[in-house]
Design a protein around this ligand. Structure first.
Ligand code: UDP
Ligand code: MG
Length: 318
């Protein structure tokens, strides 16, 4: 009996990528055709509120090919939510996630899929090199991954992004995680199941510029920390305890000086400096606490993660 062919869904978040899309489309379609002997492929483009002609380019492509599916958001909701929406729509037995800018070569999905079908639930791209990225980006990225591995209880593999192939059961599990502040590359390891790295050379962006300017990168990092780790709170407690200990030591020292020596107790400067310093510490930690409260506030509202403005080649029932 002929076994029914499996389906692979490829999720591609798109935000203002008109310069890249024609080339990306042609490479994704080529890949789809190449893999068609092994597996059926659907391409799910999630237009994250692009303000250029990205959506029109995608629509035109979807018109002639019904395996090209397009979902467009009502506004820009962000890369991580775009990935989520794509995974919500994916029907595949396996689902690949890849950026539109061709930094991660689409052709690799064929090999990653082969690895996945050999018995892994997660095959994640691991960057051997980062071509065309500035020293600054490389340094900040490396510092970020180091800090995350210290802060998080789940092991987030270093030098990985959102380029990966996952199995149906990972997708189902992921669908159950509806938090608003999403850090997908941490959520997938948190879900678990068997995972294996797939090393590759990260390319330069094909065209256009990064949609993660420094400001967005910082908020991505802050988000990863505050929505994924409660360690800053623990650190705050530890620092507090250490400060109390320091205060006690100082008290004992000054008391000793006053009672048992003739040396006058040093005065105002020490008091001023410590007041200013520790007020700073307190305010900073209150701010940190605020980050958590803000997240509770956001989650408590329980709003939908995104709104869909338009879909093409996607049945709305699901
Ligand atoms: N992207 C998105 N929404 C955003 C920002 C980016 O969907 O708000 C998409 C973007 O089109 C690309 C992917 O996410 O396909 C990664 O963005 P980018 O390549 O700019 O990030 P970088 O590789 O520079 O970190
Ligand atoms: Mg990129």
């Amino acid at each position: 009996m002929l076994q029914e062919k499996k389906l692979l869904s490829i999720v591609i978040p798109v935000f203002n990528e008109e310069e890249v899309l024609p080339e990306a489309l042609s490479r994704f379609v080529k890949l789809k055709d190449k893999m068609s002997d092994v597996v059926s492929v659907e391409l799910i483009f999630v237009d994250d509120g692009s303000r250029d002609s990205s959506l029109n380019i995608l629509k035109a492509a979807a018109k002639t090919d019904e395996t090209i599916k397009v979902l467009s958001f009502s506004r820009n909701f962000g890369h991580q939510i775009a990935i989520t929406a794509g995974m919500d729509q994916a029907h595949g037995d396996f689902v690949a996630v890849i950026d539109a800018d061709l930094q991660d070569p689409p052709e690799l999905i064929e090999d990653m899929y082969a690895v996945a079908t050999s018995g892994y639930d997660v095959v994640y791209g691991k960057r051997k090199s980062r071509a065309g990225e500035t020293l600054f980006k490389k340094a900040t990225a490396s510092a970020f991954y180091r800090m995350m591995s210290y802060l998080c209880d789940v092991d987030i593999p270093r030098d990985t992004g959102d380029f990966r192939v996952v199995s149906r059961r990972v997708v189902e599990a992921f669908r159950g995680l509806r938090e608003r502040h999403r850090f997908v590359r941490g959520m997938i390891p948190w879900i678990g199941f068997s995972a294996v790295p797939f090393e590759y050379e990260r390319q330069e962006r094909f065209a256009g510029e990064t949609k993660y300017p420094l400001k967005k990168m910082l908020s991505f990092a802050a988000n990863a920390i505050f929505s994924f780790s409660k360690k800053p709170l623990t650190l705050a407690i530890r620092l507090g305890v250490a400060t109390i200990a320091l205060g006690l030591l100082m008290a004992v020292y000054f008391l000793y000086m006053k009672l048992f020596t003739d040396t006058p107790v040093p005065g105002l400067t020490a008091i001023l400096v410590s007041i200013v310093f520790f007020s700073g510490v307190q305010i900073a930690f209150m701010g940190g606490l605020g980050e958590y409260i803000a997240r509770i506030f956001e989650e408590a509202k329980g709003r939908p993660l995104y709104f869909v403005a338009e879909t093409i080649n996607i049945k709305q029932a699901d």
